[in-house]
Design a protein around this ligand. Structure first.
Ligand code: MN
Length: 225
């Protein structure tokens, strides 16, 4: 049986879909208004929360920063519901870029709304190069992520970076598993769940070269069980 992975609506899903297929899964695009969260939970095996616009800050008790650019109408609500329900059902969840931020907010955490403004000494995280160009390193802690990336002694991994927001206050049940040298959180996971892993970079952009294939493989394998 091929596990079905649900993807909320986003204009640039192609690399995510390719990475899922290469890992043995079948992506299914969701539609706002058509796909009710409870129906989704009954008909898919895993949830992937992809990149996109900013999460509405009222969901974590803040006003919009001047740089706020929201996601598709209704997407915050659909994704928050899916993050909640996947936790309750222990359904595998992989969250990428906006996804790590959405997951953190769904767990009661908050976000740095604009890194250049709120962390002026930070590295440049919102890079404009082609998507698979390396932007900075992340230091990975002993974790599921480290196991999946097959990191032994050397715990530093080069990644791409296209975000202006990041996790501020950590959400319930999450642990930090990677950070950049400036302290920006780059990965979290929930060790109490079967598979709940989130990264701030874009592993899907490396599907040609396979650096992060192990991540997608483990995600789809978890969805098969
Ligand atoms: Mn980054």
């Amino acid at each position: 049986m091929t596990p079905i992975v649900a993807l909320p609506p986003y204009a640039r899903l192609r690399d995510y879909e390719t990475a899922i297929r290469l890992a043995g899964g079948e992506p299914r695009r969701l539609e706002i208004g058509r796909d009710d969260p409870d129906d989704v939970m009954r008909t898919v095996d895993a949830i992937l929360l992809p990149g996109g616009g900013d999460v509405e800050p009222s969901y974590y008790g803040e006003q919009r920063h001047a740089t706020f650019e929201g996601a598709e109408a209704g997407r915050d609500e659909l994704e928050l519901a899916l993050a909640q329900r996947s936790r309750e059902a222990d359904m595998p969840l992989l969250a990428i870029c906006r996804g790590i931020q959405l997951l953190n907010v769904a767990r009661g955490g908050s976000l740095i709304q604009d890194i250049p403004d709120q962390m002026p000494d930070a590295l440049s995280h919102q890079r404009r190069e082609p998507p698979d160009v390396i932007a900075h390193d992340v230091r990975v802690e002993r974790s599921r992520l480290a196991e999946l990336l097959r990191i032994d002694g050397e715990m530093t991994v080069p990644v791409n970076s296209r975000h202006h927001q990041a996790i501020k206050r950590l959400g319930d049940g999450l642990v930090v598993t990677a950070a950049a040298s400036d302290g920006v959180i780059e990965a979290v996971e929930d060790p109490s769940q079967r598979f709940c892993l989130a990264v701030q970079w874009h592993p899907e952009n490396f599907h040609r070269t396979g650096e992060f294939a192990g991540l997608f493989k483990a995600f789809v394998d978890a969805a098969r069980k």
